[in-house]
Design a binder for this molecule. Structure first.
Ligand SMILES: Cc1cc2nc3c(=O)[nH]c(=O)nc-3n(C[C@H](O)[C@H](O)[C@H](O)COP(=O)(O)OP(=O)(O)OC[C@H]3O[C@@H](n4cnc5c(N)ncnc54)[C@H](O)[C@@H]3O)c2cc1C
Length: 274
């Protein structure tokens, strides 16, 4: 069993080395920078914070802090000026040369993250908050000992995390996955040593994820579920698994990656006021 140790995070000033469109919805951005040598990743659903510049700024305005006390330091800055924070996933972190890859599911001009990715070009500057230890608290895929098989559901925002999770699984582990995407062309290759059956669902054409899971025949044995994507969908899947399928609550990891009609700033503000 893995133990969660101290999880220091640091700010990394990075520059775009390349940007390419992987599919109708997904833009892959490759980041470089000398600081990257210190970055680490859990190699699964490793979440990181990206800080985007406001229009007219050539780099995000960040606190004078290396990241150790980052949140109060960032909060103390003027929201109209400070880097705009959004949550993304380390799609990959590779060496020789040091490169961080982030896959952006774009949704038009609707938010600063999507807007930035649509225009990303070599030389663009960004700040990233990321771990400097591989075993850190900022990943959630943690199947308990004794898990026989795994259930995964996601949409395009959680596709980078699913890719990391599937790639890191042991050989032959049975996995049933449902992934909802906007277009048939958004289906990406998901190499894995696991025995994974992936069902792609195209929004508006196929059944939504909760319906598809409810209609499925599931394997026997002790399951572990990792459920991510739009908040209402995530809640519906979790409710179904716990109430109707009898999954142990503790064996269902569920994370709302975004909420329809709500920006990440609004989600953060409501979590702080809760
Ligand atoms: C742990 C974690 C990991 C994540 N990893 C990734 C990742 O690797 N790649 C990735 O693309 N996203 C990822 N996300 C989701 C991403 O943080 C949100 O989609 C975020 O809202 C995007 O910011 P934005 O500035 O584009 O939109 P915001 O300003 O936050 O929102 C503006 C509007 O757009 C809507 N919106 C947000 N996202 C979408 C969407 N995908 N489709 C349609 N409408 C949307 C909101 O509901 C809101 O109405 C992750 C989220 C979490 C919590």
């Amino acid at each position: 069993m893995s133990t969660v140790t101290a999880s220091p995070f640091r700010f990394f000033d990075l520059v775009v080395a390349a940007a390419e469109r992987l599919s109708p919805t997904m833009i892959r951005v490759v980041f470089a920078g000398p600081a990257l040598a210190r970055m680490e990743s859990a190699g699964r659903d490793q979440r990181i914070k990206l800080f985007f510049p406001h229009p007219g700024q050539d780099a995000p305005v960040m606190p004078n802090d290396d990241g150790t006390n980052w949140y109060p330091a960032w909060q103390a800055l003027d929201p109209e000026v400070r880097g705009i924070m959004r949550t993304y996933t380390t799609r990959s972190l590779t060496r020789d040369p040091d490169r961080l890859v982030v896959d952006f599911a774009v949704h038009g001009e609707g938010g600063p993250g999507s807007r930035w990715a649509l225009r990303a070009a070599p030389g663009d500057r960004l700040c990233v908050l990321a771990p400097v230890v591989a075993e850190n608290v900022a990943y959630d895929f943690r199947p308990p000992a004794g898990t026989d098989w795994m259930l995964v559901t996601a949409d395009e925002t959680a596709l980078p995390a699913v890719a990391g999770i599937l790639a890191a699984l042991p050989v032959g582990v049975p996995v049933r996955a449902w992934i909802e995407v906007a277009y048939a062309g958004d289906r990406l290759a998901l190499p894995t040593p696991a025995d994974a059956h992936v069902t792609w669902l195209v929004r508006g054409t196929d059944a939504p994820v909760p319906e598809a899971v409810a209609a499925a025949e599931l394997p026997g044995g002790t399951p572990y579920a990792w459920v991510a994507g739009e908040s209402a969908t995530v809640k519906a899947v979790r409710r179904h698994l716990v109430r109707e399928r009898g999954f142990d609550r503790g064996a269902v990891t569920f994370t709302g990656y975004w909420r329809r009609g709500t920006t990440e700033d609004q989600l953060l503000a409501s979590a702080e006021n809760a």
